[in-house]
Design a protein around this ligand. Structure first.
Ligand SMILES: [Zn+2]
Ligand SMILES: [Zn+2]
Length: 416
């Protein structure tokens, strides 16, 4: 215990963790909201904040969420079809234009431009997530069995693949033309989790699989890519690039482009708004379903540790500087199992003050926590300590060296 330099109250000091005051928020270091990024990125953040609060109030009153019958979802799909349709029409019209009016250079250039954009916006299969390694039943039999048990308990019928990534993250995605679904769990996160938190993590991701959340957004994401390509074309120069400010022609052409940008920018805003409703609802619904299996407390605790990048990074830094007596996984496991309660309190407080979220498609994390507390559910199932240790052992046996190399290489690359 030490006195707070600001209010004088006696506060707990934990070695290796920031010293801060829970009474007056001294040294809490709330990150300021970012102002940088492209125009549409700022728009996304702003919309998420205002929209998220309204949705929270709406959903708080309900016990059952209705993600499937969302009107906005249908409108978003219809809207996306129109955008995609226009893109295809533009492509066909340009092809026609090339043949019919090839003698006019202006039309020719416009047609080529539209064709180029149709090409850039063409539908593509999702690539396999970068730097990840698929888990298989030969090398990780117990892990696969446990993960599949959780999938079964979450009511997922289709086969789901699981993969490990070198980052402190977890998400569900699909890849290839056949759109195979894969739940990706970060190696550092896996070791940072308690058995209860890992169960909550799997349950949340598998709830997305069960609700078909990724598949339903494919149409929207294609339309979004078309509009984003147009936005990027019309807003290529960031404000920080001073070089271009002095040329009159550049300023003039930028002015015109800004006017033109207004069109895809507004179209994108409408799409984001429609899509927001869906993606944020999907997060709340996945949280609710996961909490019914694993209990609200494990999920809340998971949401807290997921934001603890500043505990994970120094550990990775230490391992990248010098060989340690433990593996990175063991080190993470040990650190997180001894995490002081006050550190979790600090993260929660920062989340409340800064409205942070995992990314812009997610509701602010403190609101997800508030919703879970509101609909408090007791745990019904948890991966046992023995099972959890088996999972860690299988990861250490087959993937530890490869994964930890990737993590450290990636960390070093960022330093350069
Ligand atoms: Zn104080
Ligand atoms: Zn989610």
């Amino acid at each position: 215990m030490k006195p707070c330099p600001s209010c004088g109250a006696q506060i707990e000091a934990n070695e290796g963790y920031p010293f801060w005051c829970e009474h007056c928020d001294w040294n809490l270091a709330v990150p300021s909201k970012e102002r940088q990024g492209k125009a549409w990125e700022r728009l996304e953040r702003k919309m998420r904040d205002t929209y998220g609060q309204a949705l929270f109030k709406e959903l708080k009153g309900r016990t059952e969420l209705v993600t499937k019958q969302g009107v906005s979802e249908r409108v978003a799909s219809a809207y996306s079809l129109v955008v995609i349709g226009c893109s295809v029409a533009g492509f066909l019209f340009s092809l026609y234009g090339l043949v019919a009016w090839y003698s006019s250079p202006f039309i020719l250039i416009s047609c080529l431009l539209v064709l180029l954009f149709a090409w850039l916006s063409r539908p593509r299969p999702h690539p396999f997530p970068k730097m990840t390694i698929l888990l298989n039943a030969d090398e990780h039999p117990t892990t696969m069995k446990i993960f599949e048990t959780v999938a079964q308990k979450m009511g997922v019928e289709k086969r789901i693949q699981f993969a490990l990534s070198p980052y402190y993250e977890a998400y569900t995605t699909e890849y290839g033309w056949r759109r195979r679904r894969v739940v990706v769990i970060g190696y550092p996160l896996l070791f940072a989790c308690t058995p209860g938190e890992l169960t909550a993590l799997l349950a949340h991701e598998l709830a997305h699989c069960r609700n078909n959340d990724i598949r339903r957004s494919a149409l929207v994401s294609h339309a979004q890519r078309i509009l984003l390509n147009w936005c990027d074309l019309l807003d290529p120069i960031q404000d920080e690039d001073d070089e271009y400010h002095f040329s009159f022609i550049a300023t003039f052409s930028r002015g015109i482009m800004r006017l033109l940008l207004w069109i895809p920018y507004r179209l994108l805003a409408v799409l984001i708004h429609l899509y927001w409703n869906q993606s944020q609802r999907a997060e709340y619904e996945a949280d609710r379903m996961a909490a019914q299996l694993t209990g609200s407390q494990h999920l809340i605790s998971l949401l807290q540790i997921i934001h603890m990048n500043d505990v994970v990074e120094p550990l990775i830094a230490r391992h990248s500087l010098q060989k340690q007596s433990m593996t990175l996984g063991q080190h993470l496991h040990e650190t997180f199992s001894k995490l002081p309660g006050k550190e979790k309190m600090r993260i929660v407080r920062i989340l409340e003050r800064s409205q942070q979220s995992m990314d812009t498609t997610h509701p602010a994390t403190h609101m997800r926590i508030a919703m879970l507390l509101h609909q408090d559910a007791p745990p019904a199932y948890k991966i046992s300590d023995w099972e959890y240790n088996r999972i860690c052992q299988e990861m250490t046996d087959h993937l530890q060296e490869k994964m930890e190399h990737r993590i450290i290489d990636d960390y070093r690359a960022k330093l350069v």
